[in-house]
Design a binder for this molecule. Structure first.
Ligand code: ADP
Length: 363
């Protein structure tokens, strides 16, 4: 088995705008819910500064290495890795950004994840380097935003949601956590905070609402005990809610995956970008027009959408020198004039009309 994420069908980021909304709790319970539906599931704790998965999973030992790669830990059939298991000192992870990104790359490239149906990635809160690196290196197939119903959380969640939209990572939907208090004695739910904010955010952002989880002492106690709530108490109200959310996640992810169209092959051929989309459809892009239509912030005014770069600024003999695939969604092209900041989304390349540089032919 090779290290890395090559054999993982779906990589889903679990994100939140701010800390303390229950993102890690949702990630672990959703992972177990997907597992109890019969899928092979992994969980990557990318919350490098505040890793909580070892505690939530009740497994704090260090993972072992094998042939230069990390073997993920396993609990109840769930594979997982966390910085909390790597750092056994009990002290804080004090690392500068480049070190964090290095650790993260190791979690992506250096772990023997093997064949997984789903890898859930528990992100740190916010919209920083880790989110960016993951979106580009880990080929995210989707992102889920966890929020609480209060306005302040919803406002920050919108920023997280917007970041994934900008990065072209499909948003699978929003989960509202701590949505009302569920009393285990009388079974009634009281709306301590307001409820419904997550649903409103979802509909105003035109993304699915995946469901809500009440503020439930059983969720907190299971987390504190490092106990698998879904399997130890499948009849708890919250366990049933997590199972319902898992069903919705599967449905939305399958629908989105069917719409993602990954090319069979990308190359630079005689200074031009060439993409084999399907066996019978290859497109060679006109480099001059591709450069002119570069979507980066230097070439297009972000506010007005107006093109800043003019034809006169582009050498007539411009060529493409190399490319990088960016996540599952784009290609960045390096040009002979030194420009390399544009990420052309696959959608943009597929939909590029002929007059801006597409020459389509069948082979
Ligand atoms: P985050 O990852 O967003 O920082 P955590 O998942 O660590 O948040 O959760 C913070 C605290 O809230 C934990 O003590 C957790 O047990 C508790 N918690 C999270 N969700 C719920 C819930 N639905 N009901 C009760 N307690 C919860």
């Amino acid at each position: 088995m090779k290290a890395g994420i090559g054999s993982i069908k779906n990589i889903i980021a679990i994100a939140s705008g701010k800390g303390g909304v229950g993102k890690s709790t949702v990630a672990v319970n959703l992972a177990f819910a997907l597992k109890s539906k019969g899928f092979i599931v992994g969980l990557m704790d990318a919350d490098i500064y505040g890793p909580s998965q070892p505690g939530l999973l009740g497994k704090r030992e260090q993972p072992k290495g094998f042939e230069g790669a990390i073997v993920p830990l396993e609990i109840d059939g769930l594979k997982f890795i966390s910085m909390g298991n790597m750092n056994q000192t009990g002290k804080a992870n004090i690392m500068r950004s480049p070190m964090i990104l290095k650790a993260l790359s190791q979690f992506i490239m250096g772990v023997r994840w093997g064949d997984l149906d789903y890898l859930l990635v528990d992100l740190p809160p916010g919209t920083g380097d880790v989110q960016l690196t993951l979106s580009q290196q880990a080929k995210l197939s989707g992102a889920i935003i966890v929020t609480t119903p209060q306005r302040v959380a919803l406002e920050i969640s919108y920023k997280g949601l917007n970041m994934f939209q900008v990065l072209n990572v499909p948003i699978l939907g929003i989960i509202e956590n701590m949505s009302g208090f569920s009393c285990k004695h009388c079974g009634k739910t009281t709306d301590i905070f307001k409820i419904g904010g997550g649903k409103t955010l979802a509909s105003s952002s035109d993304v699915p609402f995946l469901g809500s989880i009440p503020l439930d002492p059983e969720v907190m106690v299971a987390g504190d005990e490092g106990r698998n709530l879904i399997e130890s108490n499948p009849n708890a109200n919250s366990s049933r809610m997590f199972m319902k959310i898992a069903e919705k996640v599967i449905e939305v992810q399958n629908k989105i995956s069917a719409e993602i169209f990954e090319p069979m092959h990308v190359q630079i051929d005689c200074g031009k970008l060439k993409i084999v989309w399907k066996e019978d459809s290859t497109v060679i892009y006109d480099t001059f027009k591709l450069r002119l239509n570069c979507p980066c912030a230097d070439c297009v005014d972000e506010n007005t959408g107006k093109r800043r770069i003019t034809e006169k600024q582009i050498p007539l003999d411009i060529s493409a020198t190399r490319f990088n695939l960016v996540g599952r969604y784009g290609v960045s092209v390096h040009f002979s004039d030194g420009h390399n900041t544009g990420i052309y989304t696959l959608k943009l390349l597929m939909e590029m009309p002929n007059d801006i540089g597409k020459t389509s032919f069948s082979v």
